[in-house]
Design a protein around this ligand. Sequence first.
Ligand code: ZN
Length: 174
Amino acid sequence: MKPSHIEHIGIAVSNLEEAVSYYEQVLGLECYAVEEVKDQKVRTAFFRVGETKIELLESTEAEGPVGKFIDKRGQGVHHIAFAMEDTDQALKEAEAKGVQLIDKTSRKGAEGLKIGFLHPRSTFGVLTEFCSPIHPCEVVVSFITFNFHEAYLSIFQADHSNAGCRIGCTHLWV
Ligand code: ZN
C-alpha cells in the first residue's frame, strides 16, 4: 500500500459560509462544491490546491462527529485523507499491520469516493482517511446494466477479481 498523494485535508469549522469566504477572499481559492454528507452529519465545501483539496466540514448536528470534535478541541485540522488505489484493500492491509480501524470496510463519502477511517489512537493522533475512486469496473458495470442485456452483467461479474476485472473492462470498452 502506498498513497499517491494527499487527496484532501479536512478542516472542522463552526460556520461554513464564513470559512468559505476566508478561503475565497484571502487565499483566492474557488469553492467548486458544497455537499451535505448525511452519513457523517456534515456539510462540506471543497477547494482545489494543486492535486490536493481542502475539505471544510461544518456539523449539521451538535452530536455529529465534527460537532463533538469542535466542542472538545475547537476548530482546526480534523483529518488527513490519502489517495489510495483501493480503500478496502488499504484498510485490510492496515488492519493486518495492527492498526485500529474506525471503518472495517469502505463507505461512500463526499464526491462519491470510497472512504474509510483509521483510528487516531493508532496513527499518532491524526484521524486518517483513505479514499479511492469507485473501482473503474463498478462504473462499467452500472453502465452495462443501464445499456445492455442483463446477461452481460452476469458474465462480467463472474470474473470480478482485480486483474481479471480490469481486463474485462478493457475488452468491454474496446
Ligand atoms: Zn475527508
